[in-house]
Design a protein around this ligand. Structure first.
Ligand SMILES: Nc1ncnc2c1ncn2[C@@H]1O[C@H](COP(=O)(O)OP(=O)(O)OP(=O)(O)O)[C@@H](O)[C@H]1O
Ligand code: SF4
Ligand SMILES: [Mg+2]
Length: 402
């Protein structure tokens, strides 16, 4: 029998009604004020800066619920770079937007899961206000900091400023859309300092901005400081974005396709800059890209995503020298060569299942050339191959001799 590809008016109305109820409940929870104790937690492993644990992020659409991130778990260790790779639409950006709590509500919502982050924040009183321990020579209050583990997924929106753009900052693919065209670079950089450094003066903010522009390799910082975004080249704008992301000494930088919009030589320069800065700031990087070459050069660990799930993860060595999931193996084969444009998309035949109606079985089944009988049954569990290497595929379960 032919499959039905449309919804009737009645079905759409039913979905809309159900969506509204679910969205509103999640939206209300998001804005509810709560004491810090309700979003404090503990890390499973002290060596991590971020632990994403069974994260589910959904979009409530008129066609149904899109499970863009569907039970994702992975860690980012302290001082390490973790590369997230997977083809278009697999949920890389939605994962990062969940960590930053930048999802567009009410449609986009974290439905469940934990995002544990090791933050350094002010000591606070019962009302959540920072406790001043004295004043500096200019009469500005001095605040003491301490280490706290926040569950970002449970943080109310009015507290997100504690981490967003301060402890965690983000570099986007297209800097032109993130920079404001009507203000100079200087205005926008100074603003970051004003927001995050209480007591900053006009002079101290400018000094910090010029220092940051210098740090990201801009040879004429004063000229760039006085320029508008459209007066700069793409590579220069990306350097400015990186300097903005660094202005508040973040512990974690999320870079979502930071070089995709740039030409090849500039790409290499920006990657070099990111590597150099990671050493200097001693932080961690979550690097999202569909380019395996970038991962090989930059990352310590790799997380491979497919249709909203993590299907394999390991050290960069494990993923490149011993890929196990048929999808990861396919990615390696479809990797662009040195001669071709590194922006080439993956080319594994077949399509991802409809995100609204995911099957019960392995999501890669329809494209997999190694399918066994079991693959038509339950979705495969994550199997531990080594302390760092995990794969979700029936081929590696006990009793299956591949
Ligand atoms: N606002 C939205 N409404 C409905 N669905 C959305 C929305 N934003 C994202 N999605 C869906 O969520 C899924 C994951 O999208 P995401 O942007 O995370 O992909 P990605 O891995 O970053 O892809 P790309 O490499 O193209 O950037 C996709 O199926 C996408 O269609
Ligand atoms: S579980 Fe089966 S269908 Fe899925 S990737 Fe492994 S072999 Fe292929
Ligand atoms: Mg994306």
């Amino acid at each position: 029998m032919a499959e039905k590809h449309y919804l009737t008016g009645k079905e759409i109305r039913k979905i809309a009604k159900e969506n509204k109820k679910a969205m509103m409940a999640l939206e209300k929870e998001k804005w509810k004020k709560k004491p810090e104790s309700e979003f404090l937690t503990t890390m499973k492993d002290e060596n991590n800066i971020l632990e994403i644990d069974n994260l589910n992020t959904y979009f409530f659409t008129d066609q149904g619920v899109v499970k863009a991130v569907n039970g994702v778990s992975f860690n980012i260790p302290l001082h390490k770079t973790v590369g997230i790779v997977g083809e278009s639409g697999c949920g890389k950006s939605v994962t990062s937007m969940s960590v930053m709590r930048l999802l567009q509500g009410p449609q986009g919502q974290i439905a469940s899961g934990e995002i544990r982050f090791k933050a350094s924040d002010y000591k606070r009183d019962a009302k959540g206000n920072p406790i001043a321990t004295g004043t500096d020579e200019n009469g500005n209050p001095i605040y003491e900091t301490e280490e706290k583990i926040y569950d970002i997924a449970k943080m109310p929106m009015n507290e997100i400023h504690r981490i967003r753009g301060r402890q965690i900052s983000m570099i986007f693919q297209e800097p032109m859309t993130s920079l404001n065209p009507v203000f100079t670079i200087g205005n926008q950089l100074d603003e970051v300092t004003f927001i995050h450094q209480p007591g900053a003066t006009k002079e101290s903010a400018k000094a910090k901005s010029l220092e940051m522009l210098n740090l990201v390799g801009i040879a004429a910082p004063e000229r760039v400081y006085n320029s508008y975004p459209h007066e700069l080249s793409g590579g220069m704008r990306q350097r400015v974005m990186i300097s903005m992301a660094l202005a508040c000494d973040p512990r974690l930088i999320i870079a979502d396709e930071p070089t995709t919009a740039l030409d090849v030589t500039i790409q290499a320069q920006i990657l070099e800059l990111l590597r150099d800065l990671k050493e200097k700031m001693d932080g961690s990087i979550m690097l999202i890209t569909h380019d395996l070459g970038v991962i090989a050069e930059m990352a310590d660990y790799v997380v491979v995503m497919y249709a909203g799930r993590v299907i394999e993860m390991g050290t960069v060595r494990e993923i490149f020298h011993n890929p196990m999931h048929p999808y990861t193996i396919g990615l390696q084969k479809s990797k662009p060569t040195m001669q071709s444009d590194s922006d080439t998309l993956f080319n594994i035949p077949g399509n991802v299942p409809n995100p609204i109606n995911m099957p019960k079985h392995c999501f890669f089944k329809e494209r997999c050339d190694k399918c066994i009988k079991k693959c038509g049954g339950e979705y495969p569990q994550m199997i531990k191959i080594s302390d760092t290497h995990f794969v979700a595929c029936h081929l590696y379960e006990e009793g299956e001799n591949e």
